[in-house]
Write a protein that binds this ligand. Structure first.
Ligand code: SAH
Ligand code: SF4
Ligand code: F3S
Length: 437
């Protein structure tokens, strides 16, 4: 039998790309490819890219440069660009970078086998269409191999919100939901293969409408699957946080008390310019309602500083909102102008000023994050153990609140959930002791 061909995939960007890379590897498995972790062994290299900020997109070009010597050594090596940069700049990349053989946009992955055949025959292959069909239906189903205890499952893709700074509506296309029965079947299959926690993914996951009860309805159905112990979802938009989803946070035990709900800014003027379609006050009221349903919820958010027109007073309003809300986890970014988005046309905030604001915001967010983590000491949590720790006999896993927890766990198997008393807060993780009683 011929040696299987080897596929190396490098993934950038959000969790949705992680999920897509898995699915692409599976589809390529049907074409006789096995995955390798070493690009120098590969017959095909795929970069699954992100276009969200300038830095993310630039990485693709530097990475391609690094593969040039490999291609010189091995002329049959095929190099492909997938993901959001492929969608935004694919044709241009193909024209400018002769070493790229294949370009495939995020909604065309079901065509990967055909495109690969074309590339292997020595032609250039490009597909960045937005077809009507569900790409996942046309991808090979997941092979029945054993899995780790956690998995991502994409249920919704694309975005109709058009925030003034964001490329996602252009790179991923319009909002599309996968039908609930397919999602549930995929979840059952994952559970049969050892998965105990599923994170439902979507660019706007709470806009999910593939179930008559929306995302809350889907979560309630998934909670009925025996063996599935934990459900999470990300990323949500405040305007799609409906009453049913808030109620689910209080009622569905398997739904974990963690919510990533980006607000981006705290000034109403900036929120309006960003086209977020809600005020700071509305966001704060919404958080109050969610916390009333689930008081121990750990909240996470995204922030952009230095959006065009942001004054010191606007920035102060963001700091004030952070003080009022209190985040257990947060991601903050300096505004990056993206080609084709409305905000990119506007006058920019001075770069040094934006850097200084980012540092001030991050100092505050880091303080809050550390305080939330330190507050866990002395509390009992449940940890889903995922992998061995750094020291012999140790295992590491995640608490309900997504904190990394390590513990001496001689008798624990990967995938076990154990009650753990938190005894110490380190810089990026918690130390715990398993309670056997
Ligand atoms: N769909 C999600 C997030 C998409 S992108 C949502 O609506 O919340 C992830 C984060 O990247 C965003 O929340 C935002 O904070 C940040 N981001 C997006 N575009 C950006 C840009 N042009 N410059 C800086 N940060 C950006
Ligand atoms: Fe981008 Fe806004 Fe859509 Fe999120 S909601 S993906 S930030 S356009
Ligand atoms: Fe990046 Fe595309 Fe995700 S731009 S953040 S990979 S949706």
């Amino acid at each position: 039998m011929a040696e299987p061909k080897k596929l190396f995939i490098k993934t950038y960007g959000c969790q949705m790309n992680v999920y897509d890379s898995e699915r692409m590897a599976e589809a390529m498995g049907g074409e006789g490819y096995v995955r390798t972790e070493r690009p120098e062994d590969a017959d095909m290299i795929l970069l699954n890219t992100c276009h969200i900020r300038e830095k993310a997109a630039e990485k693709v070009y530097s990475e391609l440069g690094r593969f040039r010597p490999l291609k010189a050594e091995k002329p049959d090596l095929k190099i492909g660009v997938a993901g959001c940069v492929a969608q935004a700049e694919g044709a241009e990349i193909m024209a400018r970078q002769p070493l790229v053989d294949l370009v495939v946009g995020p909604q065309s992955y079901h065509r990967l086998p055909e495109l690969t055949a074309k590339a292997t025959a020595g032609e250039k292959a490009l597909d960045t269409d937005f077809p009507e069909e569900d790409k996942f239906e046309h991808l090979k189903s997941r092979p029945r191999v054993k899995r780790g205890p956690t998995a991502f499952l994409t249920v919704q893709e694309g975005c109709d919100k058009f925030c003034a700074f964001c490329v996602v509506p252009y790179t991923r296309g319009a909002e599309v939901s996968r039908p609930a029965d397919r999602v549930i079947a995929e979840a059952r299959d994952l559970v049969e293969r050892g998965v105990r926690e599923i994170t439902l993914l979507g660019q706007n996951v709470n806009a999910y409408h593939g179930h008559e009860g929306g995302l809350a309805g889907l979560i309630r159905d998934l909670a009925g699957i025996d063996g599935l112990e934990r459900i999470r979802f990300t990323t949500s938009h405040p305007n799609d946080m409906d009453d049913a989803l808030i109620a689910a946070h209080g009622e569905v035990e398997k739904l974990m008390p963690y919510l990533h709900l980006p607000v981006q800014a705290g000034s109403d003027r900036i929120l309006k310019a960003m086209n977020r379609k809600h005020t700071a006050e509305a966001y704060i009221r919404l958080i109050e309602r969610i916390r009333a349903a689930r008081p121990d919820l750990l909240l996470s958010g995204d922030f952009i500083v230095g959006f065009p027109g942001e004054t010191e007073a606007d920035f102060q309003a963001t700091l004030d909102l952070v003080e009022t809300v209190g985040y257990g986890q947060a991601y903050s970014f300096k505004y990056s102008p993206r080609p084709g988005t409305p905000a990119a046309e506007k006058a920019h905030v001075d770069a040094a000023e934006a850097d200084a604001r980012l540092q001030r915001l991050q100092a505050l967010l880091n303080r809050q994050q550390k305080a939330a983590q330190d507050a866990m000491v002395g509390r009992d949590v449940h940890v889903l153990f995922e992998k061995p720790g750094r020291l012999p006999g140790q295992m590491v896993g995640k608490s309900e609140y997504l904190h990394a927890v390590h513990a001496d766990a001689d008798d624990v198997t990967m995938g076990d959930i154990r009650k753990v008393r938190i005894v110490r807060s380190n810089s990026n993780s918690l130390a715990g002791e398993i309670l056997w009683a």
